[in-house]
Design a protein around this ligand. Structure first.
Ligand code: SAH
Length: 227
């Protein structure tokens, strides 16, 4: 049987036990204690069932504050980081059109879909795109458009974006992404080699850019190419 079909059948979107709404509510309380203040972000985290974005083998750990494997040597980001990046993005003001680089499991995109009009998300591993698409269908999410491509180049067809959120770390900021931002738009991006990455917020002001440095983070690398 097709792997996507198997996964869709085995999803329990309401959840039970560790995957239940109360586990999600506890995760939201923890995010509050960790300093996440934006109620809209907390609501979105409370709404999206994180356990369906990973293999069943790990779904019992879905509401722990940890990154977890999603196959293909990639991970779903830690809930705190997802919330922190989303909060930083929304602080930029207007957020109709957002580009995410690194779809992975689709969890971050699903959170964004509750907060902005249209999400565009690009990923270099095609199999992950297929899985993410089937999860969005299961959840009835219709405002995410996906593309299999190298995210260093953004997604020019729909540029410019009110915000761009990158969920894998380049050694240096890809210039192309900066010029796909609207004026006043924000790029949220982890930058640096493994072991010394910093989460940065870059705001476009006409043709100059303002950089804010947020905190230490640990992301998988932003790789070159889409194979
Ligand atoms: N946002 C994801 C996190 C996934 S981890 C989630 O919520 O699950 C980062 C993802 O970035 C991986 O899936 C990896 O394949 C992808 N990635 C790495 N380099 C990339 C590139 N150059 N272009 C697009 N995606 C890339």
């Amino acid at each position: 049987m097709d792997r996507n079909v198997t996964l869709m059948r085995s999803y329990n979107t309401r959840g039970s036990g560790l995957a239940s709404p109360s586990a999600r509510a506890r995760m939201v309380d923890r995010l509050r204690q960790q300093g996440i203040q934006c109620e809209r972000v907390l609501d979105a985290v409370n709404t999206i069932p994180r356990h369906i974005f990973m293999d069943e083998a790990f779904s019992g750990r879905a509401y722990e504050d940890t990154a977890l494997p999603i196959g293909y040597n990639q991970t779903i980001s830690q809930p705190y980081i997802v919330a922190r990046m989303t909060e930083a993005l929304l602080q930029g003001g207007c957020h109709k059109k957002i580009l995410e680089v690194g779809t992975g499991s689709g969890y971050q995109a699903a959170i964004l879909s509750k907060l902005v009009e249209q999400v565009y998300s690009v990923e270099r591993i095609e199999a992950l795109i297929k899985l993410a698409r089937s999860r969005f269908m299961t959840l009835g999410i219709r405002n995410i458009r996906l593309k299999h491509t190298d995210g260093h180049w953004g997604w020019e067809d729909y540029a410019t974006y009110d915000g761009i959120l990158v969920t894998a770390a380049p050694a240096e900021i890809p210039q192309e992404l900066l010029f796909q931002l609207v004026e006043g738009g924000r790029l949220i991006i982890p930058v640096g080699e493994a072991g010394k990455q910093r989460l940065q917020v870059i705001t476009r002001c006409s043709n100059s850019f303002e950089i804010d440095d947020l905190e230490d983070v640990s992301f998988v690398p932003l790789r070159i190419g889409n194979q």
